[in-house]
Design a protein around this ligand. Structure first.
Ligand code: UGA
Length: 445
């Protein structure tokens, strides 16, 4: 089997390396951070992704980690570029890590093919091609092969993709990359490089659009008495629309949607086109994170001096990734309103402490809600079902629960004694906090 290189030992790189090694390929993974390479060599995986550490361990004899680019091409003639492309201050993608890869390529005197997995603006492939050609490296091929893996289900998404996209400058390079995906029955879309790049950007923008759309429908449901959960089910049954990405909540986060929507908006603007719809999608998402504050104020009045527990800090369940997590914006907004903020997450505690230094990050759910005036479900970890008990309710100073992900059943939450608010689901007559401060506050400690 073809030996492969993977450049960048982040989430995409490690999932790619583990899965191709598991298929029998020899893989050399290169990263520029010495501690990361040392950790990986010692079997420590710096990323939480279900099954990833186990898969890397199971295929250890086929995977080599290195700091040296020359090692990547010692045997491999094809290498996946999996470096990050974070947004710059202008919203453009920062391609400096991609350029570094191009600059560091060793001359192996043979044809090698670079396979771009990182999400890059449309036109990046053409720029790389131009640079390679100018540097006398016309024999180095370039293929766009965007990844569609979602955090938390990365291994499964790799093994059973909906489609594989291969955009190449030459048929020969496209064939070589397509052949690596012989393990799947999924359709392989062959295209030019720019179109492959755009498939990725358009897919993420469309998914983000669905989320902002259902969030706005949810907001209208709240003022009209409809229930967004029933509405989403009804809409999703139309085969032209489908049921996915219609979960209303407090907005999307993560390392992809916020970055990729802003990069596409910026890309269009740089060429003189105002992408109105995408601009609205981004704005709706920003406002959606802040709407929780209004729900808290509705019940608590001023938040000055109140204690609010944020439950679930990672941007979604089954990951410790805090990048662009709605919890970050919410925590800052609440503190700006004068509230004390506590936070808890089943896995992202260390990350949360680093990113939210003013938030008291607790070791347990119990400690987060004890004596709090309100609790907010920010991420739908299944562990938060434990809130559905009179005991949990009894720990709180006031029994206000704002479910930002519609995780809980409203009837069960109310039966457990909570004043319960969620997103796009009708409020209930009983949803009013008792007038007086409750003495049971200090009960069960
Ligand atoms: C996303 C895409 O789903 C992947 O296909 C893509 O490869 C990846 O970005 C990427 O570009 O690398 P990811 O960011 O890991 O994957 O997570 P998603 O599961 O898509 O969730 C993104 C955000 O949307 C989360 O904050 C989630 O809570 C939110 N979301 C998702 C909703 O609010 N409602 C939904 O119905 C679905």
């Amino acid at each position: 089997m073809e030996p492969l290189g993977v450049i960048g030992a982040g989430w995409v790189g490690l999932v790619t390396a583990a899965c191709f090694a598991d298929l029998g390929h020899e893989v050399v993974v290169r990263d520029v951070v010495p501690e990361r390479v040392a950790d990986l060599e010692d079997g420590r995986v710096p990323i939480y992704e279900p099954g990833l550490a186990e898969l890397l361990a199971a295929n250890r004899e086929r995977i080599r980690y290195t700091l040296d680019m020359a090692d990547v091409f010692e045997r491999a003639r094809m290498a996946f570029i999996c470096v990050d492309t974070p947004p710059t201050h202008s919203g453009d993608a920062d391609l400096s890590r991609v350029w570094r890869v191009v600059e560091e390529l060793p001359d192996v005197g043979e044809r090698i093919v670079l396979i771009m997995k990182s999400t890059v603006p449309v036109g990046t492939g053409a720029l790389v091609r131009e640079r390679l050609d100018r540097a006398g490296l016309a024999h180095i091929g370039y293929v766009s092969n965007p990844e569609f893996l979602a955090e938390g289900s990365g291994l499964e998404d790799f093994r059973s993709p909906d489609r594989v996209v291969v955009g190449a400058f030459t048929d020969e390079d496209g064939d070589a990359v397509a052949a690596l995906y012989g393990f799947t029955e999924a359709p392989i879309l062959r295209s030019d490089v720019a179109s492959a790049e755009m498939v990725k950007m358009a897919s993420n923008a469309f998914l983000a659009t669905r989320i902002s759309f259902i969030n706005e429908i949810a907001n209208v449901c709240e003022v009209t008495g409809a229930d967004v959960e029933a509405v989403a089910r009804g809409v999703g049954l139309d085969h032209r629309l489908g049921p996915h990405f219609l979960r209303a909540g407090i907005g999307y986060g993560g390392s992809c949607f916020p970055k990729d929507t802003s990069a596409l908006k910026q890309l269009a603007a740089n060429s003189g086109y105002h992408f109105q719809l995408l601009t609205a999608v981004i704005e709706v998402n920003e406002l959606q994170k802040r709407r929780v504050v209004g729900k808290l104020v509705k019940h608590l009045g001023s938040l000055r001096g109140k204690t609010v527990a944020l439950l679930g800090l990672a941007f979604k369940p089954n990951t410790n990734d805090m990048r662009e997590a709605p919890s970050l914006v919410l925590a800052s907004r609440l503190m700006a309103e004068g509230a004390s903020v506590r936070g808890w997450d089943p896995v992202a505690l260390e990350e949360a402490r680093a990113m939210l230094p003013s938030v008291e990050v607790t070791e347990s759910l119990h400690d987060a809600i004890k004596g709090a005036d309100a609790a907010v479900i920010v991420t739908e970890w299944k562990e938060l079902q434990a809130l559905l008990s009179p005991e949990a309710r009894g720990l709180m100073r006031k029994p206000l629960l704002v479910d930002g992900r519609n995780l809980l059943d409203p009837a069960e939450a109310r039966a457990a004694g909570f004043v319960y608010e969620s997103i796009g689901r009708a409020a209930h007559d009983l949803d009013a906090l008792p007038e007086t401060e409750e003495p049971e506050t200090q009960l069960r400690q």
